[in-house]
Ligand binder design. Structure first.
Ligand code: SAM
Length: 269
């Protein structure tokens, strides 16, 4: 795994760009088996008592709507949804699924995939999709780093990362999702003409992401531009609503790959 470039002058200590990706993904050790308990239950196996999780039975019952990391990697992009292949919108860190549900309802011409890493959140998200009978929405219990690493080039029509955990303490910065190597890989997974829509309340995180983006291969929207492809646009997320109602600033940009993916006919939204 490569090592990130040096931090900008003037910053003390080890900045996130210095940290090898392998060290950034300690959480992956835990994540490798993401959804493993669901898979064991589907096979009729009993999980260890200490892993008792009140959401497990419901997770299994949600069938195709809620997929494990392993299922997602095997089926994405063309075998995850039924019907003809269509553009894919991915929300990384979908929380309780509000954005996934609303984008799927209002954009019936696309498929919407939300991923998150906690059982409770993915079950609650998938429950909403199931109740509404939305055929163009799926939830994966999956680490974004794993999906992005394994996804085929140009297989994402659009990607949303709204209010990722900011890890404000310097010693925790290595846990952030959005860093140079992740963004470089993400760029190649987005179809030509597709987008990466980012929002955060953390100025420091925003500035660090802008520095990574400035390394090249992306175009950057003006401050309040939103992806014109989606309805509704503009769109206010649950967390965004919370920050705005407190009068706190929200930093947003739409990035579009200018190089990376080169599959001319890849589906875009
Ligand atoms: C603050 S919440 C997102 C809020 C929501 N997007 C919104 O705008 O209303 C951040 C979410 O990211 C999830 N998350 C953290 N690391 C992740 C990872 N590596 N892959 C996928 N989801 C992750 C967390 O579990 C959490 O639900």
């Amino acid at each position: 795994m490569g090592v990130f470039r040096h931090p900008p002058a003037g910053r003390e200590g080890k900045a996130f760009r210095d940290i090898p990706l392998a060290e950034c993904t300690k959480a992956n050790t835990r994540m490798k088996n993401l959804g493993g308990l669901i898979e064991a239950k589907k096979r009729g196996e009993q999980g260890p008592e200490r892993h008792h999780n009140p959401y497990l039975d419901e997770a299994v019952g949600l069938g195709e709507v809620l997929v494990t990391q392993e299922e997602l990697l095997a089926r994405f992009p063309d075998r995850l949804f039924s019907g003809d292949p269509r553009p894919k919108l991915i929300e990384i860190g979908c929380y309780l699924g509000k954005n996934v549900v609303e984008f799927a309802q209002l954009n019936p011409h696309i498929d919407v995939l939300g991923i998150d890493i906690t059982y409770k959140r993915v079950v609650k998200s998938a429950r909403k999709i199931n109740t509404l009978g939305l055929g163009n929405a799926r939830i994966g219990i999956c680490d974004a780093r794993v999906l992005v690493e394994h996804a085929a080039p140009a297989s994402f029509g659009g990607v949303c990362v709204f209010f990722p955990d900011p890890w404000p303490k310097k010693r925790h910065v290595k846990n952030r999702l959005l860093a140079q190597e992740f963004l470089d890989t993400l760029r190649t997974r987005i179809a030509p003409g597709g987008f990466f829509w980012f929002k955060t309340d953390s100025l420091r995180y925003f500035e660090d992401v802008m520095e990574c983006i400035a390394e090249g291969g992306w175009s950057v929207s003006p401050a309040d531009e939103v992806p014109h492809e989606l309805t509704p646009s503009p769109y206010v997320t649950m967390f965004e609503q919370m920050f705005l109602s407190r009068g706190e600033p929200v930093y947003r940009r739409v990035f579009r790959p200018t190089e990376g993916a080169r599959i001319e006919d890849a589906p875009k939204i």
